[in-house]
Design a binder for this molecule. Structure first.
Ligand code: BG6
Length: 513
């Protein structure tokens, strides 16, 4: 038993089993996130028996709806999006825990009546429950919701219980707005009770990165500039601005929407030093050091040399004709927002001196795929006179999605009397090795927030350091006298020529996905 307790994963499990009654309040519950992700995630937690006892979820939004009306909508969403499918019997018992509370976000009376509702639930339970407030509204409402929660005293936990807040992304749109938001959140909730969500951290393979690195001895000795030539992180999407996303996206762009948060989180996990233990702060201390060590870009010319931005023009993805970015619904026809970005990053630490990290993210690329690849240096002597191209190098590929897994590419001799070589792969697939699908990121993250484990959530300083780096690029693009160009790529291609050229000048290529 004592051995099991030393195992952090069993520890987590034990924490969960002790989880106490909890009410989750979702602000902005009429939105897509609640329908597609949050309620299906809670339903799946109910299915696996992981929800705390006497659990309740309250949708808080402006539209007039009854509990039953809200449940009917959530039922429809669950049928479409539940990871483990839908079961009428389970839904019937789970749906009793779903409630709806109508209010404007600015209306103090709506928060007073919310408090009365939560108190009523506690009275029915016979004891006070923990409270988790989930901000899934448009970001401009975050501060008003927080202020009103404080005014109603809802940030104060009932005696012996906790009250926490989960903030959805985007957490700010630049450093000053993120700092302001951190200040506002900090006035209402303590940092230990603040959970800034980044759903990429909830993805199974992102979590497995730490296990791969720190629970095995074979990789870590090689995980540095002595053996690694460069690292690539790719996040390609085969969608554009479907579902009316153009309006939001055109104010954000690939850099703010994905790089500042998701891709920097992946970068931190790959590049961080081993933490001293697995506590949330030890892990986050190491992650934040990576972002702080990014070599700053110093001028628009520096940005132009190391960051490529682009928009898609019309093309074909998955056999379907797509319009160009500027022709998308709710996108400004003269938009200067990037739908693709590629970066060359340098991390100024002992471990990573001289190792470039290349990152790319784009909409309307040929397929949906997120992966990290570590490309190893060539042997000191090319005995076999192999051609020096990417594809011949040893590469460790960590597939975040789809088909989560890890593969190691190496050169092997082809069978036969001649000495011919060919790259081959050693492959690990989550689905076949474990025979079951990984939980959705939101399942893990909701459960962690309820269990008080903030390891997979961004800390205030992490978010601010990330914005500090991103702001220099945004300023060069939008405020400098000679902004770096906006490049183009046809929808369905792998991005602009200029991104290939950036790697070619270093004698490298993007990995073929
Ligand atoms: C969101 C971005 O955070 O992540 C979207 O706002 C993006 O633009 C999405 O499509 C990608 O998430 P996933 O889990 O589908 O890779």
């Amino acid at each position: 038993m004592s051995e099991a307790l030393e195992n952090p994963f069993l520890d987590t499990l034990i924490t969960r089993q002790r989880a106490e009654p909890c009410t989750v309040v979702i602000f902005g519950a009429s939105g897509d996130l609640t329908y597609r992700k949050l309620v299906p995630a809670l339903y799946n937690l109910a299915a696996s028996g992981d929800l705390p006892p006497q659990f309740k979820v309250v949708g808080f939004a402006r539209r007039e709806k009854s509990d039953d009306g809200f449940r009917a909508e959530m039922l429809e969403g669950n049928k479409k999006f539940s990871r483990q499918g839908h079961n009428d019997e389970l839904w019937a018992s789970f749906s009793h825990s779903i409630h709806y509370h109508r209010s404007e976000f600015t209306d103090a009376a709506g928060y007073a009546s919310l408090k009365a509702l939560l108190d009523k639930f506690d009275a029915e339970r016979g004891a006070p429950a923990n409270r988790l407030f989930y901000l899934a509204t448009a970001p401009e409402y975050f501060s008003v919701v927080l202020e009103q929660l404080a005014a109603a005293g809802l940030n104060q936990a009932p005696e012996g219980k906790w009250s926490r807040v989960v903030c959805e992304k985007p957490f700010g749109k630049d450093l000053p707005s993120a700092q302001k938001l951190n200040r506002i959140v900090g006035e209402v909730f303590e940092e230990k009770d603040t959970y800034r969500i980044d759903h990429y951290l909830g993805k199974e393979t992102a979590q497995n990165l730490m296990v791969l690195r720190f629970a095995n001895e074979i990789f870590e000795p090689l995980w540095n500039s002595r053996y690694i030539d460069h690292v690539q992180i790719t996040c390609s999407e085969n969608l554009g601005m479907e579902g009316g996303r153009g309006g939001y996206y055109d104010t954000a762009g690939a850099l703010r929407d994905m790089v500042q948060n998701h891709l920097f989180q992946l970068l931190s996990l790959v590049a961080m030093e081993p933490p001293t233990d697995l506590s949330a702060d030890s892990v986050r201390d190491e992650k934040v050091k990576v972002i702080r060590s990014l070599r700053p870009l110093t001028s628009p010319a520096d940005v132009a040399a190391n960051v490529i931005r682009a928009q898609y023009t019309e093309g074909v993805v998955d056999g379907v004709k797509r319009v160009g970015y500027r022709q998308e619904d709710r996108v400004n026809p003269q938009s200067m927002t990037e739908s693709y970005v590629a970066l060359r990053l340098k991390i100024d630490t002992w471990r990573w001196q001289g190792v470039p990290f290349y990152m790319r993210m784009g909409k309307q690329l040929p397929k949906k795929s997120t992966e990290i690849s570590l490309h190893f240096k060539r042997p000191p002597q090319n005995l076999f006179k192999t051609e020096d191209v990417t594809g011949n190098d040893n590469a460790l590929v960590i597939r975040i999605q789809p088909d989560e897994g890890i593969s190691l590419r190496m050169l092997s001799k082809q069978p036969g009397v001649l000495l011919r070589m060919q790259p081959v792969k050693m492959d690990f697939h989550y689905s076949t090795s474990f025979g079951k699908a990984s939980p959705e990121a939101y399942e893990r993250l909701l459960l962690d927030a309820m269990a008080g484990d903030a390891t997979l959530f961004a800390r205030n300083d992490e978010v601010e350091h990330a914005w500090r780096y991103i702001d220099v690029i945004e300023d060069a693009w939008h405020k400098s006298a000679e902004p770096p160009p906006m490049c183009e790529y046809p929808a369905g291609s792998w991005g602009p020529r200029e991104a290939d050229e950036m790697l070619a000048t270093d004698g490298r290529n993007w990995r073929r996905i």
